[in-house]
Design a protein. Structure first.
Length: 143
């Protein structure tokens, strides 16, 4: 009976990690805003594994510009080609009407999902619940 209890705890730990992955899927949502857009056609987004690069273009098709010279706009790009728990670095490039490109020097760091620390914590919490529940079941069985 003790082996079944330990198996339940191990399965509870695995379920906790799986739930963390399910609730926070492997994706990064990159958002940015512009104050104004003069002759802007769209934006390209680049990703790297380190802040120094090399940065790789994520999509050949630019994110279309929707702002105007007076108001600008808000944008977002969902990157789903990521590994859960891993950190990535992003850089933005503006595509202008005449074909010119302007790559912004700012680099933004983001994590795909909450990371393994949170997943392990979720696994411990679920395993702890199984441990407590299986102990109550055992004491009820003895009465």
């Amino acid at each position: 009976m003790k082996g079944i209890r330990y198996l339940g705890i191990l399965l509870g730990f695995a379920v906790g990690i799986w739930l963390a992955w399910l609730l926070w899927p492997p994706r990064v949502l990159v958002t940015w805003e512009t104050a104004s857009e003069v002759d802007t056609v769209g934006f390209y987004l680049y990703r790297a594994d380190s802040p120094e690069g090399p940065f790789v273009l994520l999509d050949e098709t630019p994110v279309p510009a929707t702002g105007d010279p007076l108001t600008g706009a808000s944008y977002q790009f969902e990157d789903r080609r990521v590994i859960w728990g891993r950190e990535y670095f992003y850089q933005l490039e503006e595509l202008e009407r005449d074909g010119g490109r302007h790559r912004y020097p700012e680099v933004v760091k983001a994590r795909a999902g909450p990371g393994w620390g949170w997943a392990v914590l979720a696994g411990i919490l679920v395993a702890g619940g199984v441990w407590k529940w299986s102990g109550r079941w055992k004491s009820a069985e003895l009465q």
